[in-house]
Structures are given as structure tokens and as C-alpha cells.
Design a binder for this molecule. Sequence first.
Ligand SMILES: [Zn+2]
Length: 572
Amino acid sequence: MARHLITSAIPYINGIKHLGNLVGSQLPADLYARYLRARGHEVMFLCATDEHGTPAELAAAKAGKPVAEYCAEMHTVQAEIAKGFRLSFDHFGRSSSPQNHKLTQHLAGRLADAGLIREVSEKQVYSHADKRFLPDRYIEGTCPNCGYDKARGDQCENCTKQLDPTDLIEPRSAISGSTDLEVRETKHLYLRQSDMRGKLQEWIDSKTDWPVLTTSIAKKWLNDGDGLQDRGITRDLDWGIPVKKGEEDWPGMEGKVFYVWFDAPIEYIACAGEWAEANGKTDADWERWWRTDKGADDVRYTQFMGKDNVPFHTLSFPATILGSGEDWKLVDYIKSFNYLNYDGGQFSTSQGRGVFMDQALEILPADYWRWWLLSHAPESSDSEFTWENFQGSVNKDLADVLGNFASRVTKFCRSKFSEEVPAGGTPGAREAQLIADLEKGLREYETHMDAIEVRKSAAALRALWVLGNEYLQDVAPWTTFKDDPDTAAMQIRIALNLIRFYAAISSPFIPDASAQLLTAMHAEDAGWPTDVASAVAALPEGHSFSVPDVTFRKISDEERSGWQERFAGVRT
Ligand SMILES: [Zn+2]
């Protein structure tokens, strides 16, 4: 038994996320957390809402609410939706928490003491039309690197290059579109990331098992051009964590807040403090997950995120951690994802294009989405959601292969025997073959899950479901029953046990269906199988069960085309 700390990239507060966001971090993180718990490991799975910065201020203004109130409400909304998708966080925190305020100010003070912060008089863009300083991401223009014409002042989402607003060609306000911009002088704090370059390089070089997608992005920002650049950690905003050096004021920084990119990842740690507070635990209880000097030596820490978040997690956040000189846990493995596209284009929050998390749950239960998204996770390249593919996958994998297996086996048993596991018959060569095939398949599934190869895991799980179907086709107990009811009883006994086996091993992907099937089999306590031979004999002769309701229903062509039309754009 090992100890696993898992964090998902924290979703921004200003609205409900779409399915592309979900599959890029929270959902695969949940899959892994559920799997590790099922295997008997101790897991701390944390996520939170990312609440600071200008987008939160603007969204609150648009909603006509004070920003703190808006964030509190949206946090509740996101937490409810996360529950709807069965995201099994140990805690879903808030980056605006008192714990994060304190820790962010503390770490900034440590970095300052270590000489890793410098004060910079910088020129910042002021918009006359908007009557405010424009944060980097609220200035748009053409990317000097790739020519993309909607690059933001902090990063080009097309080529992922981190930018400064003054790099942009033909800059304009993203709020009003105004080009009446003026560059004004203001003072800010910078994290001397460039001084940390050697340490970061050494650390990243030691991570030989990381996915290429992760290390290639990290190395690019570490080495391209002039190498890793220092980065501003403060902003001229009202909403955020006030700039302080530990508990003391920071002369010259009055009225400024920390930049959201600086405080957001610190929330991964602060969130554990929130968990402790919410559950009546002590500081020692959360620190044993995060402080290597207080018990976190043996913790394995895995982060999940979309590829656009990789530079912050491989460079900026580690620079904060390493630079503090304190014994905080560094990430051991970063699992990053490409993008999920939507039906021939991109998901778009602003245009309401694609399916958003709340809408998804309105039309179908969580397991349908979980299965499709995870089995099509954008790992080695971008992937695409289409309604045809979704319909096909749900109808075939879930309804035909898994759901139908459970339904026909239990119904057949009820009609020919009873609602009890039937006695009689002796397993033979075909059963031995089945067990050997399942054993091999189960080990393969576990290997992929251990390696967080999400699509391969889904394929391996599906292959296990298929083996049971093939067995049932081959031995045809409905035919056997006519001449040899004893043998039919043995075949059905194996098949009933397979339902329990499938429910147990499918729980990380489809937790509700798994629970439903285990309840039907009166086997709620089924843990992860150690070996298939004992798993297919776990429900003894005479064990009672009930026929489950429909586990997965099929999606009709009418539904599919209706949804296709509904989600084509402009959310209403
Ligand atoms: Zn670009």
C-alpha cells in the first residue's frame, strides 16, 4: 500500500466548463484516484476553483454582483456539477481561501528572503475607454511568433508561447476592442525564474519517465531563445491576495495583489489545509501529504492538466517551491493532455459551442459521458467529439457489450433457475481458457492504469467485457439447458460472477453502473480482484441476486440529431 497525492488543474471560476475542460484534467484525475483507492492505496485527491484575476471581476460585473459573492456562488455551482460527474475529490477548495492567502504571502516572503524577487518598474497598458489597467490577457493582438491574430497578452493559445503584451502586433483591448491604449509606468515584483534555470533543468532532466508532451513543452520554455524569463507575480487589481511579505507589509506594493498564476498552484497545497479544517483534522494531518520533513517522503504526487498548463506546472510553480528553500513536496509525475475538439471545430465558451458540463448531465447520466470521454481522451494527439461517435460508443460498448451481458444473464437465470446462483455442473476446458484470457487481460488493464494510459486502459477494460460475451456466445447456456441443465447452471454461475467481476474492475470508469450492478448482485463489498479464478467463484451456489434495471440505454438517431443541432453554437 502506497500513498498517492493527486491534483487536477483547478478550473477557473467564471463559468461552467465544457467537456473538453473536463477530460483534460478533472476526469482522468478522478479515474486514477478511484483506481488507486480500489487497489487499496491511501489517496489524497484535491481540486479547487481558481478565483482571482480580471476574468472573475468582469464576470461578476456582468452578473451585477460583488466579486466575492459571485465567486462563492459559482464555487457552489461547480462543486455540484463535479458531484454530478462523480468526481471524488477529498476536498474541492477555493484559491480565495484564508489558507491560500496566508501561504501565498508566506512563500512570497521566503522567495524575497532568498533573493529571488526583484522589483521592476514596468510599463503597463492603460485603456482610456475601459478606464483601467489592462491585465495581459485582456490585451489581444497578433502573435509575433506564429502570426495568430487572437493571441492574448500573456500567452498565445495557438503556439503556447508565453508573451508580454508589448510583444503583440497591433494590440487592442479585449474588453472594449479599443485601440486607445496608453503605456503607463507602475511597479511590480518579479520572480527571478532565470536564476532558477539550472535547478529546474536538473530536476526536469531527472524525470525520465514523464510523457514526451510534458517534457518537450517544459524544455522548450527552459531553453528556447534567451531561456527561462523572470515573471511578474503582482498586478494592479482589487480582487486577489494582497501583496505581503509573510505577515508584513511590502513597502511600495500597497493596493496591489499577487498575480493569479502565482497563487493558483499554491492552492494545491492550501487546499489540503482547507480539507483539514473542513474535516476536523490537524495541521500535521495535511502536512504529512505536503511536507517532506513531516512525513511526505513516501508520497507519490501526480498532477493532471491540459497542455496549456504545462509551463506553469513544470517551471513556475516548481520555481516557487524550490526557491522557498522549504521542504515542500515536488510533483513526481505530470500527466498532460492535448485538446478535445467538438464536431469539426473547437469547443467555445464564448460562442456556447459544444456541450457544457451542466447540459451534459441534463441529457444523460454521468457514466455515459465518463466512458466516452475517457475512452477517447486526447493523449497522444487532439481528439474530437462527434455525436455519431458518441452514440456508437454508448450503444455498442455500454449498452450492447456490458449492459446487455448483465441483463441477459440475470434474466435467463431468473426464468430457468431462480434469483439465486444455481448449483451443479463442473467447469471444463472452455472455462479454464476463459479464466486464463481474463487473467491476462486483467493484468494488461492494471498495467495501463498504473501507467495512466487512459485510452489503452479503456480498451483493455472493454476487451475484458468482450471476453465474457464471447464465452456466453460459445457455450450458449440457453441451448445447453435443454439437454444438460447442470452444465448450463455452471455456465450461468460463471457469468453471474463475471457481472460482479466487471462491476468491480469498471468502477473507476463508470462508478454508478458499477454500484448498480454490485447492488443487483448483492455484492456491495466486492473489492479489486486479486486473481480471476477466485473472482469467478466469489458468489457461491445459492447466493441471491436481483435482475438489475437497464444499466445503459441506447441513444436513438432522433436524440442524436436533436442534440447535434442544439449544441452547434450560441448557448441559450
Ligand atoms: Zn503564437
